[in-house]
Design a protein around this ligand. Structure first.
Ligand code: SAM
Length: 277
């Protein structure tokens, strides 16, 4: 993606959550406070085109119907985002229950998981990594909310700085601690060799029993029109794999614990949780 500007796809994910939250069945399913917090973070970022007026239009019934129509063309791009958020919350809670002492969210965008869970788990350290421009925009909202003591924001381009190098110089990060790493809506924007590299890097800076929960594209070539539009904003989809091919996509040293969402290859994305072995 283009460096120097706030990620449009991160803002779009936030807008999708706000629209999804207008549907009663989703309002009750999404993690508590997720939509309200997302709205405040995006407004605080102050990005042109994502202000209060557009946000209110985005929540109108006709706009929600447009999202639903778009989902018939590219399944998984509306309700799939809600399923993804629920999946990641569940995996982080399960990992903490299993002994994880650190939570690291890669390509965090305007995600609220760390802000929501850090106060609930003061014994766990929470970290977010994103491109400098997006991280700086997010930081405004985090400061406004009151940054939890156990939450750290890290600004870096993971294509330029290997994750293990970044984490080794992060004071509060313990490279030997059992951790859980989240990569939601990120790998689809990275080339396959970069995804392999990220998994090697996670293994190099975390302790035994570490898990990674992530979403990944599935057969992106089927969605040429949507990808052509993303190419125009400089954030094209670059890699995908089926759930069955995950071992090759993430590389050795990981065992797949659970997968969800592939829907026989119809959905744009599926989700998985893997553990170091
Ligand atoms: C589609 S957004 C997803 C945001 C968030 N994970 C969510 O699902 O709400 C992708 C995010 O990954 C970040 N990202 C993409 N490439 C990156 C890189 N090389 N280094 C750091 N962050 C990156 C973008 O800035 C953006 O915030």
């Amino acid at each position: 993606m283009k460096s120097g500007r706030v990620s449009h796809t991160a803002l779009k994910v936030g807008f999708i959550i706000l629209a999804l939250n207008e549907k009663a069945e989703w309002k009750s399913r999404l993690p508590q406070n997720l939509a309200a917090l997302t709205e405040r973070l995006i407004l605080a970022a102050g990005v042109f085109g994502y202000g209060r007026r557009i946000m209110s239009l985005n929540k109108k019934p006709w706009s929600v119907r447009l999202y639903e129509y778009a989902e018939t063309k590219t399944p998984g791009t509306f309700k799939g985002i809600g399923e993804r958020k629920i999946f990641m919350d569940e995996q982080v809670l399960a990992a903490i229950d299993a002994g994880a002492k650190q939570v690291l969210v890669l390509g965090a965008g305007f995600d609220t998981l760390c802000l929501r869970l850090a106060p609930q788990f003061p014994q766990v350290e929470f970290f977010e990594v994103d491109h400098p421009a997006t991280s700086a925009a997010k930081a405004k909202g985090v400061a406004q909310e009151g940054q939890p003591e156990n939450m750290t924001l890290l600004a870096t381009d993971l294509n330029e700085t290997p994750l293990s190098v970044l984490m080794q110089k992060t004071e509060r990060w313990d490279i030997s601690a059992q951790s859980v790493v989240i990569a939601e809506g990120l790998f689809i924007y990275l080339k396959e060799d970069v995804v392999l590299q990220v998994f090697r890097e996670i293994a190099a800076c975390t302790g035994p029993g570490t898990r990674a929960a992530f979403s990944h594209g599935v057969m992106i070539k089927k969605h040429r029109l949507a990808n052509a539009m993303l190419r125009l904003i400089g954030e094209p989809w670059l890699s995908s794999c089926t759930s069955a091919n995950l071992p090759g996509y993430i590389g050795p040293g990981w065992s797949v614990i659970a997968t969800q969402g592939a829907d026989a290859g119809r959905n744009l994305e599926a989700y998985a949780v893997v553990e170091q072995c």
